[in-house]
Design a protein around this ligand. Structure first.
Ligand code: GDP
Ligand code: MG
Length: 162
């Protein structure tokens, strides 16, 4: 079996956009409406000749009560199936309560976690990413899933952790 990279994060941070960037196709459904990825979906990926499986997670209903619990559960499932976790946060919003819940689940997992500070579409936004050190998951890597800014560098780091 191929090594598994799980993409984790609260709705609307750009997980599916990043998955499409990684696989080089537009298969993961991207929506302006949060919570569109209903189930975990696995894709084959290849970076610099190394094959791996990338799993897009989601599946909670943002309108449901107990959303934070659902997010925590989803993070637990991702942790169990992953060899490396790619935790995506929206750098333009900063760390929310939901991000902190996911972050604490991931910290306790003992698995390697790479923190992607997404939506850093230009250099001016890079400063916002540094606020994500507060999540206690090490260095936040600024990236723009939408424009592909620094996404290759991010993949190098993810593959190094495999
Ligand atoms: P998910 O719910 O975490 O899977 O998020 P999606 O991938 O569906 O993206 C949610 C919204 O954020 C969509 O409108 C995307 O176009 C937008 N988005 C994703 N990545 C970026 C990015 O790097 N920059 C900007 N500006 N928008 C992004
Ligand atoms: Mg999605």
């Amino acid at each position: 079996p191929l090594p598994v990279v799980a993409i984790v994060g609260r709705p609307n941070v750009g997980k599916s956009t990043l998955v499409n960037r990684i696989i080089g196709r537009r298969e993961a459904v991207v929506e302006d409406v949060p919570g569109v990825t209903r189930d975990r979906v696995a894709y084959d990926a290849n970076w610099r000749g190394r094959r791996f499986t990338v799993v897009d997670t989601g599946g909670w209903d943002p309108d449901a009560t107990g959303m934070n619990l659902r997010i925590a559960e989803q993070a637990q499932v991702a942790v169990q199936l992953a060899d490396v976790i790619l935790f995506v946060v929206d750098a333009t919003v900063g760390a929310t309560d939901a991000d902190e819940i996911v972050g604490s689940v991931l910290r306790q997992s003992g698995k390697p976690v790479i923190l992607a500070a997404n939506k850093v579409d230009n250099q001016q936004l890079e400063l916002e990413a540094s606020g994500l050190w507060a999540l206690g998951l090490g260095e936040p890597y600024p990236v723009s899933a939408l424009h592909g800014r620094s996404s290759g560098d991010l993949l190098d780091i993810v593959l190094d952790a495999l």
